[in-house]
Structures are given as structure tokens and as C-alpha cells.
Design a protein around this ligand. Structure first.
Ligand SMILES: [Zn+2]
Length: 63
């Protein structure tokens, strides 16, 4: 498994990365969405820091 590690003061929090613990925000409206990283990696050409995902409502507006 992979996990993220965040240290706050003297406490370190480890959080497993899975399809239920990864979220992103829509860059247009700020809506929080759950993300399946495996699906994104499988799609190829995925940049962890540079990729943004629009929510369904904003995707429709863009189209
Ligand atoms: Zn949106």
C-alpha cells in the first residue's frame, strides 16, 4: 500500500491512499470530489500536480 505522511507539530499522521481517501476540488466551483487515482493513471498522461478535474456540472458548462 501507499500512504501519505503529514506531520503536525510532534504528531505524524499516516493515511492510506486508496479509492476512498483521495479527493480533489473542482477548479471552477470548488466542489469536493472523490478521485480514483488508479483510473486516472490507467488513462495515461496523468500529472499528479498539474491535473485538475472539473465536476460534472462544470464539465457540462464547458461543453
Ligand atoms: Zn465545478
Amino acid at each position: 500500500m501507499y500512504y501519505t505522511k503529514t506531520t503536525i507539530g510532534s504528531t505524524t499522521i499516516e493515511t492510506e491512499i486508496n479509492d476512498e481517501s483521495v479527493f480533489t476540488r473542482c477548479p471552477c466551483c470548488g466542489r469536493e470530489m472523490r478521485v480514483d487515482l488508479q483510473e486516472l493513471f490507467a488513462a495515461g498522461d496523468f500529472d499528479l500536480c498539474g491535473t485538475t478535474i472539473l465536476c460534472p456540472a462544470c464539465t457540462q458548462k464547458e461543453a
